[in-house]
Design a protein around this ligand. Sequence first.
Ligand SMILES: *[C@@H]1O[C@H](CO)[C@@H](O)[C@H](O)[C@H]1NC(C)=O
Ligand SMILES: *[C@@H]1O[C@H](CO)[C@@H](O)[C@H](O)[C@H]1NC(C)=O
Length: 287
Amino acid sequence: MKNKISDSCRWSELAPDGHLEKTVGTYLYLLVVAAVFLVTNLSVDPLVYYHYCWEPKYSPGTRQPKYFSASCSESNVNSLLNLFVKSAAFYTYNNFTVNGLYGLYQCSGGDDISSGDCLSCVDQAVRRLQSHSVGACNCALQLESCLVKYDNVMFFGLPDKTAMLTYCGGRSYNLDESTLINELVSSLVVGSSGSSYRTGTSGEAQAVAQCTKDLNESDCQDCLTEAMQRLKRMPICSTGTWGDVYLAKCYLGYSSRGATGQEMKKSVAAKPKQPVIPRLDITRAAD
Ligand SMILES: *[C@@H]1O[C@H](CO)[C@@H](O)[C@H](O)[C@H]1NC(C)=O
Ligand SMILES: *[C@@H]1O[C@H](CO)[C@@H](O)[C@H](O)[C@H]1NC(C)=O
C-alpha cells in the first residue's frame, strides 16, 4: 500500500495536468478508504471474547429443524435484538421471548454499572450479531462488558457449564502470590454464596465472579465451582498473574499486578474470531 501510494505520487509529478488530477483523486480515495477502515475498526469492533452460533435445535419429535420455523426468521431475531437495545437503556439484565425465540442479555458488573455503559455494549453486540450472524438463531456473544445470548429452545433458569473461553497469562509469578490468588478465588466462590455478582480484593490481587441472573443460587454456585476447578486444572492459570474463565452461564476472573496482564488479555481478545462454528470447549493460554 505504502509503495503504491508513493509510486503514484512520483508518477503524478511527471504526468500532464489531466492525469495529475486523476492520480490525486486516486490518492484521496486511498486515504478515505484507509480512514474508513480505521474508524470502522475503532468504533464497530469491540473486544470480542467469544462469538459462537450453533446449529438450530430440532423441534421435539420431528427431524425438522426449528430453523425453518418462524422463531428463527431474520425478522424475529431482529425483533428480539431490538428489544435488548431498548431494555438496556434501563436494565442491566433482562430476558425476552418472541415467537418461540428466547433471549437474554446481561451487562458485566454489579448494580452500580451505568446504564449508559450497558446500553453501549448491548448496542455494539446487537450490531455485531446483525452483521455477522444473519440467519442464525442460536448464538452467544460475550464482549468485554456484556453477554447477549439467544436460542430457539427455552434456556432461562437452566444450568449450563459449557466452557466458552479460558484465558490465562502473565508468567513471572511467585508462590506467595499464587497462594494469595487461590485463597481469594476460593473465598469468592466457596465463602460467599448467594449473590450473582461477587468481587474481592487481597493485596494487589482482585477477583470477580458473576452468574447470569436467571440461575438460582445453587446452580450459580455450581457453575462458579466448575469455573474455579477449570482455573486450577490449567497449569498456566494456576500460576499466572491473570485468568478468566467464561462458562455459558458464569464468569470467574482474577488479576494481580494489574495492567500488564490485562493489556495483554485485551490484545489477545481483540483478535477477530470467526462466528458460526460450533465449538464446545475453547481453551487458550496467552503469554
Ligand atoms: C435450582 O434450579 C435447579 C434446576 O436448574 C433445581 O433442580 C434446584 O432445585 C433449584 N434450587 C433451588 C434452591 O431453588
Ligand atoms: C425474566 O425477566 C423478568 C423481568 O422482565 C424477571 O422478572 C424474570 O425473573 C426473568 N426470568 C428469568 C428466568 O431470568
